[in-house]
Write a protein that binds this ligand. Structure first.
Ligand SMILES: [Zn+2]
Length: 138
């Protein structure tokens, strides 16, 4: 396999991925689902023992930001306007994941390929194996 040719191909795909990223408009993480709620008032219809009628449905946006789950109720008249931003965010993540995957593939070709069998018997390998064979002081 020609490493230079493969790297050039992968780099070209990264350029295309970055160009697609630049076309994205406003975005927002998360997804909207409909939520029914119980208010807790013992005399409310939502608390009846038989055939309770919960409140709602209310559109709820859920996403993870900096490792934390975020949950926000969205005004019903805003759900439609939010949809393209949620779609744009999904596309953003897909493209970034692709960029990372391509970068890892390039790294694999440039830095982490196994040495030729003849080179593997060089000095460096012997030193490394001696060092690892040393008994630990612990
Ligand atoms: Zn209620």
């Amino acid at each position: 396999m020609d490493t230079k040719l493969s790297v050039a191909k992968l780099e070209a795909e990264i350029v295309a991925t970055r160009q697609k990223l630049m076309t994205l408009g406003p975005l927002h993480p998360g997804s909207v689902s409909l939520q029914y709620q119980v208010c807790g008032n013992p005399s409310c219809r939502c608390m009846r023992a038989e055939h309770p009628e919960r409140h709602g449905p209310y559109p709820k946006l859920v996403y993870v930001y900096r490792g934390r789950n975020v949950c926000r109720f969205v005004r019903a008249d805003c759900v439609e306007a939010l949809a393209p931003r949620l779609a744009a965010f999904k596309e953003f993540r897909k493209l970034v994941d692709r960029w990372v995957a391509l970068s890892i593939q390039i790294g694999q070709l440039q830095f982490f390929t196994r040495p030729e069998p003849s080179k593997a018997r060089g000095k460096g390998t012997k030193k490394l194996s001696r060092r690892s064979a040393r008994p630990s002081r612990a």
